[in-house]
Design a protein around this ligand. Structure first.
Ligand code: NAG
Ligand code: NAG
Ligand code: NAG
Ligand code: NAG
Ligand code: NAG
Length: 489
């Protein structure tokens, strides 16, 4: 085995090594900056990024009974951000060796088993690979002599994404940058949960548990995900990047200058957590986690249901809809959802109307249609003129106000919830279902006006009465101008 170090690093590491040797320490974890075709890394050896931010090496789980090749934050080795041989652990630290294979792939071999390959980067352009290097953003890059990227770990996420990484899809190549959870804290092999991008309609991110959807972020609205208003509270630390083009649909973020290390993890319980390193305490603090409450549980209130965590019974039906199965709802199972009270007339401009559900995480957008160029008014007109359209909303709220752009939903509205800083959703109803709400509103207005008029009359009356009284009081000194004593004299 030969460790290839470049000159500057040798200068850095050798004094450190001699200090360690002088103290007769057995744990000399020597490290290198690059791995070439002549080199290899095994045992305690590490590949470190030039600024020392990240390290690649073998790490143990389950009390050292299993070893994996991974990348971790130097400040916090337990914070593993990437694992190579997820499902194929090594049984001992000493038997693992990382090198560039004859084909040019990065491989993990077991020396104790005749150099059996337990993991390979499997890159199609491997032949040109000349060097592997860990960058300071945590990306392990296999590059050619000329510097062209042959393979990179950022394209193959495990359960974590970090600054400058993407999650989503490359629509040209079909490549997917999705996450899968660890099975448990002692087993990095792919667990039950997946996190991926649904690129149909207005794109959004989903968490799945064995083929069942458990959580949605809500669609991107130009500023944040519709269901994650918390994002605005940490945009001073992170710059969010959402890409929605014909080539790529992806989401990622970038640490702003001076921000502490951060990572977003799909944990073993199927919860996404944004964690930020607290330099003062040396701990990872959770800035956001999703799903965050029961209303984030996918489909809890069924089709055309709305969830509100502050209500005693969190599920209700959108106005104009009634519980499809009151018996099930009574047993606190609202997943059957709600049915329309009055069928849509669907014939021209004045047959149906819209009811505004204000402040929500927009319903599931799979199968929706998006036109970023349309105005919200135009969106309403389009929805009304298409019999299949059941709701619409603005697709972009960057400009403030009601927003611009147009998302149209066709068919059932799934997984709508009230949320702080939520958006307005315009649900199509038959005019008669809308009338009740209009009449009710009218009644409220009448009541308010009547009360107002009455109060006004009362206060004017009071004012006049007080004026009169004050007038009388004002006259009193005149009346008692002559003290009684004068009267007697
Ligand atoms: C891990 O090892 C320690 C000490 O060898 C032992 O006390 C402990 O029970 C082990 N834990 C597990 C989960 O095997
Ligand atoms: C395993 O690979 C190393 C490095 O290429 C080589 O020195 C060693 O002879 C190989 N061992 C076997 C059993 O092939
Ligand atoms: C690499 O390819 C082999 C054979 O096709 C496959 O068994 C293995 O899972 C692949 N490894 C990775 C990391 O994709
Ligand atoms: C996953 O995250 C949630 C929310 O922060 C937490 O309650 C849960 O304990 C975590 N699960 C694991 C296995 O760490
Ligand atoms: C409405 O949906 C039906 C059934 O899915 C479809 O056949 C029809 O073309 C749609 N109409 C419009 C205007 O999109």
């Amino acid at each position: 085995r030969k460790i290839i170090m470049n000159q500057s690093h040798r200068r850095l590491v050798l004094p450190l090594l001699s200090v360690l040797l002088l103290t007769a320490s057995a744990v000399v974890a020597d490290s290198s900056l690059t791995l070439t075709r002549q080199g290899a890394i095994g045992g305690e050896q590490r590949l470190v990024s030039p600024g020392g931010v990240f390290q690649l090496g073998l790490f143990p789980v389950a009390n050292g009974t299993k070893w994996f090749l991974g990348i971790w934050f130097t400040v916090s080795p337990p914070a593993v951000v990437w694992v190579a041989n997820r499902g194929r652990p090594l049984s001992a630290l000493s038997s693992g060796m990382v090198m560039l294979s004859g084909r040019g792939d990065l491989v993990l071999l077991v020396t104790a088993r005749d150099n059996e390959t337990v993991w390979s980067s499997n890159s199609s352009a491997a032949a040109s690979a000349a060097v592997a290097q860990l960058h300071d953003n945590g990306n392990l890059v296999l590059a050619s002599e000329a510097g062209a990227v042959v393979w990179q770990s950022f394209e193959h996420p495990t359960n974590t994404f970090i600054s400058e990484m993407r999650t989503g899809r490359d629509l040209r190549t079909g490549a997917e940058w999705s996450l899968s959870s660890w099975r448990d804290a002692d087993d990095p092999s792919a667990g039950d949960f997946r996190y991926d991008m649904d690129a149909s309609g207005s794109p959004e991110l989903h968490i799945w548990r064995e083929g069942r959807k458990t959580y949605r972020t809500g669609p991107w609205n130009g500023v944040r995900f519709s269901g994650i208003p918390e994002m605005t509270t940490f945009e001073d630390m992170f710059e969010f990047r959402f890409t929605d083009t014909a080539d790529e649909v992806s989401y990622g973020y970038r640490d702003r200058a001076g921000s502490p290390p951060s990572r977003v993890v799909l944990n073993e319980s199927g919860v996404m957590q944004r964690k930020v390193w607290d330099r003062a305490t040396g701990a990872w603090n959770t800035f956001w986690s999703g799903p965050r409450d029961q209303c984030d549980s996918y489909g809890l209130c069924g089709a055309f249901g709305v969830c509100n965590v502050v209500d005693a019974i969190v599920c209700s039906c959108v106005r104009g809809f009634r519980q499809r199965s009151p018996a099930e709802w009574r047993m606190r199972d609202a997943s059957g959802g709600c049915a329309r009270r009055t069928p849509l007339r669907c014939g021209g401009d004045d047959s149906d109307g819209f009811y505004a559900v204000r402040g929500v995480k927009l319903p599931e957008t799979h199968g929706s249609s998006v036109d970023a160029g349309a105005s919200l008014e135009e969106c309403g007109r389009r929805c009304l003129s298409n019999c299949n359209c059941t709701a619409y909303a603005a697709s972009d709220i960057r400009g403030g106000g009601a927003g611009t752009g147009c998302i149209q939903w066709f068919g059932e509205l799934m997984d709508t919830r009230f949320v702080d800083g939520g958006q307005d959703l315009f649900v199509r109803l038959a005019l008669s279902d809308l009338e009740t709400t209009k009449t009710k509103k009218f009644a409220v207005v009448i009541a308010a006006v009547t009360t107002g008029v009455a109060l006004l009359a009362l206060s004017i009356g009071l004012l006049i009465w007080r004026r009169i009284r004050r007038g009388q009081e004002g006259q009193s000194p005149l009346r008692f101008q002559r003290p009684p004593c004068l009267k007697t004299s």
